[in-house]
Design a protein around this ligand. Structure first.
Ligand code: SF4
Length: 486
């Protein structure tokens, strides 16, 4: 999701709040907060929690950053291009502050990039008034009060050029986050009425050599099943029809709660404790017209139990997101993916045999250090043969702090680009409309929304996209063109 999508969502979601509050607003001006959120759905949930804490403190949310007393840029630090986009958003917010003659407007930076690089960024970006970490998402309201000097217990100063006064504020940058939300954590949903995200766990225990997410988001920690179920019940009561279960690795859900430690390749096994399969069976018991969708599963943990559970639970969408990253055994070993070609092929075979009408979505990385022509050819052949219904290709990004960044055999941008184009072309040729897609197209769900948005057509085969963000801005008439909502 990009910042425009989030801005659209904020706009749609706040219009109702602004309308009702304008009539009752006391004469005393309240603090207004604007937010620009970048990155993935996990970051979006953090943004929702931050806005929840702002509302809890009696502040207002605005979709017009130029009117805000405080602008928050919720950053992504996944790869270099995401960091660049985040820095551009920060600088643009600062520039707008000058252009709009709001010298007293405060600028706060949160999210993954702030968590990982707060100290460096404070030196590079003195324009920023405060950096906050991932463990502080519920405290945004309090931090803003301190920043604005109200109810001050600790003065969060505008930084001095040499970084004095800042060290205490940046203590979070020295530790890995441990926070995980609960069902009753105040939250301001930014998604349209018909769908929402539920973060069932946070952090990751895998050691993938190209990835720095565990350094930013910390160790895997699952929410208790009761907490997840209570949140889903509340969303269903609220009219949400599609609930996307997210975390860094949804298939590891619950295993960190086991009394006997689970290994990195542990298959899902409910005889040992809480698992994703057991959670899905509980979700199936919740009354109401809705489905859940599984995002970000790891191939190492798939088991017969999970496949059978999905097949038996009609409230689980016939859609599986399973990032595989590569198929060649040598590359998988260098990636430290804790899987092998044989294991992946077996899982895919069982998934398709066990869950009729399944849509499989995956992602691969091309141009990983040392990837030879033969290893890349293996990947192309696998894509051609497997005919994924949905597939994304990433060009390898050399991330400072990752093991792969120090590996020999870094591949040139030219070769990465050529491999990217070749992989996309093979996917387009081999999946003009895959078998799973055809079947999934038959699995259409009319999701009844609320108020101005009575009906949304969703396919089980499609995860939320930017299009979902635009939908609530449209009023659909059965026999006419969609019109923009005012
Ligand atoms: S599974 Fe691997 S790629 Fe995914 S978040 Fe964990 S370490 Fe990163």
């Amino acid at each position: 999701m990009n910042s425009q999508a989030v801005a659209a969502a904020v706009s749609a979601a706040t219009s109702h709040v602004e309308h009702t509050e304008r009539a009752t607003r006391p004469p005393l001006q309240r603090t207004t907060v604007g937010m620009i959120s970048l990155g993935c759905a996990k970051n979006l949930v953090d943004a929702e929690i931050m806005l929840g804490s702002v509302l809890q403190r009696g502040m207002e949310i605005t979709s017009r950053p130029e009117d805000a007393d405080v602008v928050v840029v919720n950053t992504c630090g996944f790869i270099d291009s995401a960091k660049e986009e985040s820095i551009e958003a920060i600088l643009e917010a600062h520039q707008q502050r000058g252009l709009n003659r709001r010298p007293h407007q405060r600028l706060i930076v949160s999210g993954c990039m702030s968590q990982r690089f707060a100290r460096e960024l404070r030196k590079e970006l003195p324009e920023v008034d405060a950096f906050i970490g991932l463990d502080q998402v519920t405290e945004l309201g309090r931090i803003i009060e301190e920043l604005l000097g109200k109810h001050s217990t600790r003065n969060v100063q505008r930084p001095t050029p040499n970084g004095e006064n800042d060290e205490a504020d940046l203590a979070f940058a020295d530790t890995r986050p441990t926070y995980i939300p609960d069902y009753d954590t105040p939250r301001f949903r930014l998604t349209p009425a018909h769908f929402g995200y539920v973060k069932i766990a946070e952090g990751c225990n895998h050691p993938c050599s190209f990835c720095v997410i565990p350094q930013m988001r910390g160790k895997h920690r699952s929410r208790p099943p009761e907490s997840v179920l209570a949140e889903i019940r509340a969303l269903v009561r609220d009219g949400v029809r599609e609930i996307n279960l997210i975390s860094q690795d949804t298939t590891y859900y619950g295993m960190d709660l086991w009394s006997r430690k689970a290994g990195p390749r542990q298959p899902i096994d409910s005889t040992r404790g809480s698992t994703l399969a057991a959670l899905l069976r509980e979700i199936q018991q919740i009354e109401g017209e809705f489905w859940v969708r599984l995002l970000y599963t790891h191939p190492a943990h798939w088991s017969d139990e999970l496949i059978e559970t999905i097949a038996q639970c009609d409230k689980v969408a016939r859609y599986v997101d399973i990032p595989l990253q590569h198929i060649d055994d040598s590359v998988l070993r260098r990636m430290l993916r804790e899987t092998s070609r044989a294991h992946i092929e077996n899982v895919i075979h069982k998934l398709r045999a066990g869950i009729p009408s399944l849509t499989l979505r995956t992602t691969f990385i091309v141009g990983f250090p040392g990837e030879t022509d033969a290893e890349f050819a293996n990947l192309l052949e696998f894509i051609r043969r497997t005919r994924f219904e949905r597939l994304g290709i990433f060009k390898y990004s050399q991330e400072g702090g990752s093991r792969a960044a120090k590996m020999p055999g870094q591949i040139s941008a030219k070769i990465k680009n050529a491999r990217y184009r070749a992989a996309m072309s093979v996917q387009q040729q081999s999946n003009s409309f895959g078998a799973g897609s055809l079947a999934a197209a038959a699995t259409i769900c009319w999701l009844r929304g609320r108020s101005i948005f009575p009906r949304v057509l969703k396919l089980a085969s499609d995860k939320p996209t930017i299009f979902d963000q635009l939908i609530p801005r449209l009023i659909c008439f059965p026999h006419g063109k969609p019109k923009r909502a005012k």
